[in-house]
Design a protein around this ligand. Structure first.
Ligand SMILES: [Zn+2]
Length: 205
């Protein structure tokens, strides 16, 4: 996956032990980030550089949905180093606009959420949060434009009951955090009690 080592046929991960060891771990448990006021705790497994950047890029843009198993496994392994999680009612992936999901064939955050759901034995809900407006990728925008790009882009399904629930929100890469913070805000507007965010990696701003 990173160094092109030919892995053993029975290996479950697409990464060799040496590359895995070299990944830049973010190295802390859930923390509060001042710039993400609607997120009660944030966890990132890695810095978005080197091997993990290569892996996530392939996972998102090179039609390799099966990388979710390796990446989800790495994320779960990092998460397990930091003790007990608060109880969550649901795991919710950051949604993708249906048109974009059709183009890509899958929502990478949803696949990671499913891996986490298995690992944590928690229910994954994709019916709660919807991407209702097609937007340009946040990564292609300047900081100021990122804030406005997502205005009104997400919504909570009218027929779900989320009052008082505790939710773990899953995204792939966090840059400014506008995406998960925006999602968390509209969920809290509907009465969600607590929202933690988890991402595979954090990119330098
Ligand atoms: Zn390697």
């Amino acid at each position: 996956m990173v160094c092109e080592t030919i892995l053993k046929e029975e290996s479950t991960a697409f990464i060799c032990e040496s590359c895995k060891k070299d990944l830049k771990r973010y190295g802390r448990g859930f923390f509060r980030a001042a710039e993400l006021p609607y997120i009660d705790g944030l966890f990132a497994a890695f810095n978005y550089i080197d091997g993990i950047e290569t892996a996530i890029h392939a996972f998102k843009f090179k039609n390799q949905p099966r990388l979710s198993e390796t990446i989800g496994g790495l994320l779960s392994e990092e998460l397990s180093k930091y003790g007990v999680l608060p109880g969550f009612d649901y795991i919710v992936p950051v949604p993708m606009h249906p048109r974009k999901k059709r183009q890509r064939g899958y929502n990478q955050s949803e696949l990671i959420a499913r891996q986490l759901g298995e690992f944590l034995n928690m229910e994954v809900r994709t019916d709660i949060l919807k991407k209702t407006r097609y937007t340009r990728p946040q990564s292609k925008l300047k900081r100021n434009d990122r804030l406005h790009n997502l205005e009104g882009a997400f919504s909570v399904s009218p027929d779900v009951f989320v009052e008082g629930k505790r939710i773990l929100l899953v995204d792939d890469v966090l840059t400014t955090g506008t995406t998960i913070n925006t999602c968390a805000k509209i969920l809290k507007d509907k009465g969600v009690n607590m929202i933690y965010g988890i991402v595979i990696a954090i990119a330098e701003k």
